[in-house]
Design a protein. Structure first.
Ligand code: NAD
Length: 454
């Protein structure tokens, strides 16, 4: 499998794809390893995770460089992503024992009732490329602490980062028969679906997620899906500082080149401040430094996948054909690398693909609204349900609207944000189940109830 640098289009590595036989023997060893791993105390398992965090800290620059080389993510954003691993390790250090401890619910003289949390066994973690470290460690660190072994299949567009994490997990004391990173694309993914696993934890597109859920349904094992979104942001007329709102909204839309599951994908603005907002927004977007992702100054690098250039171009053409106005960007940047100009489109309507299909790139549609109820109607008009944001100086007004939206995450005066303290989950076509927080660790255990009569 060839690994191509999206900034230069050069082949940077060639890897041997995991064969069917190798997959079988990896799974046999993970099944064997899991038994001993589950016998260890939570404290012992946590020690390995904490050591992993220390290795990550020591090697943060190397890890960031690999991520940038492989996906085109601007170096500063790669560094930010790795630092998130520390944050998860610390959160687990503080909470994992508490979350996994047996719970006694009734302790009367004649009856004891309690719950023990047992690991699922060997789980598959099939992952995406857009935040490959992040979407990986949000799953496998929690699964490992809970006593599972993990078959990790990173995206074919982020395999080097996956291999790097495998190296540091092993160095930190996680046995090789407890964590294995396999190499391949959807074909290998398909073989994993056909294999005997105790849970499937997937991050990626809605289409693949649905296919996975259908394919493994007959096994009756847990399936968790973290899928795409078309996340709306509404700028109310009472924002205290329109320019600042525009700067924050633009960052939410263009960070990681718009390739974030929770990126702002469509913006609604009150007609009272629309023109001022759009001016400030376009000024901000035009100030972004585009180019070499290895430079710490770059904010917009290349797209990770070449085929997305066409998707974005089609969304621009579709919007313009339906009456939108192009205020910035709109096309591929010719030359080496998969670069697309940061694109701002106004006068948008909901029948445009840019307002109803996941863009996953540096493009944003802005639509004027005349009331909160119109904004609510448009924000709700989607098959997705990952996040939604409202900027306003009035918390009650913002929450009044956010409370009515069918989304896993609601943001007031912020957006494009993930925290280990609260669950990360999507609704409808954005997925099933949660990572992070208590729910994120409970996803990797099964409760066993005890009724005891002393
Ligand atoms: P994708 O669906 O193309 O691929 C995801 C993974 O599935 C890859 O590892 C791929 O090899 C594998 N795969 C492909 N076909 C398969 C098959 N038949 N069986 C098993 N596995 C198969 O998605 P992507 O392009 O890697 O990721 C982008 C998508 O992920 C976007 O839609 C984005 O919104 C979403 N995403 C969601 C979250 C979240 O937390 N909700 C986080 C990151 C990304």
């Amino acid at each position: 499998m060839q690994i191509i640098n999206p900034a230069t289009e050069e082949i940077i590595s060639e890897l041997q794809v995991t064969s069917k036989d190798e997959l079988r023997s990896v799974l046999d060893s993970l099944r064997e390893g899991q038994k001993a791993w589950a016998q260890k105390s939570i404290e012992e398992r946590l020690e390995c995770i904490i050591r992993f965090g220390e290795f990550i800290q020591l090697n943060v620059n190397e890890l960031a460089e690999i991520l940038t080389l492989e996906t085109g993510k601007p170096l500063q954003q790669s560094l930010n992503e790795i630092k998130g691993a520390q944050n998860r390790v610390e959160h687990l250090r503080q909470n994992a024992e508490k979350w996994l401890a047996p719970e006694t619910l009734v302790d009367s003289g004649s009856t004891h009732e309690k719950i023990m949390y047992e690991p699922l066994g060997v789980i598959a973690n099939i992952s995406a490329w857009n935040f490959p470290y992040n979407v990986g460690y949000n799953v496998f660190l929690y699964a490992l602490v809970a006593g599972n072994s993990v078959l990790y299949k990173p995206s074919e567009f982020a395999t080097l980062t996956g291999k790097q994490f495998e190296k540091y997990l092993w160095q930190a004391g996680i046995p090789e028969n407890v964590f294995q990173c396999v190499v391949g694309d959807g074909k290998l993914g398909q073989q994993i679906l056909e294999a005997d696993l105790n849970g499937y934890f997937f991050t990626g597109s809605h289409g693949t997620g649905l296919h996975i859920a259908k394919t493994v349904a007959h096994k009756l094992v847990p399936v968790q899906l973290e899928l795409g979104g078309k996340d709306p942001l509404y700028i109310m007329d009472d924002v205290p500082d329109v320019k600042q709102a525009a700067i924050n909204a633009a960052e939410g839309a263009f960070y990681n080149n718009g390739q974030s599951c929770c990126a702002v994908e469509r913006i609604y603005v009150s007609e009272k401040i629309h023109d001022e907002f759009v001016d400030a927004f376009v000024t901000e977007v035009k100030s972004y430094k585009i180019g070499d992702p290895t430079s710490l100054e770059t904010f917009v690098g290349p797209l990770t996948r070449k085929q997305q250039l066409k998707v974005l171009e089609n969304q621009v053409t579709d919007a313009l054909n339906k009456g939108a106005i192009l205020l910035s960007g709109g096309k591929e940047i010719k030359g080496k690398g998969y670069y697309f100009e940061p694109t701002v489109i106004t006068n948008c309507k909901h029948e445009m693909a840019v307002m109803n299909e996941e863009s996953f790139g540096p493009i944003i549609g802005i639509q004027k609204v005349s009331s909160d109820s119109e904004a609510l109607r448009l924000m709700s008009d989607t098959e997705y349900g990952l996040t939604a944001a409202v900027f306003s100086s009035d918390e009650q007004r913002a929450l009044g609207l956010l409370n009515q939206l069918n989304v896993g995450t609601a943001y007031w005066n912020c957006c494009d944000r993930v925290s280990p303290n609260v669950p990360w989950s999507g609704r409808n076509n954005s997925g099933l189940g949660s990572t992070l927080s208590t729910q994120g660790i409970r996803a990797f255990v099964q409760p066993k109830s005890y009724h005891l009569r002393p």
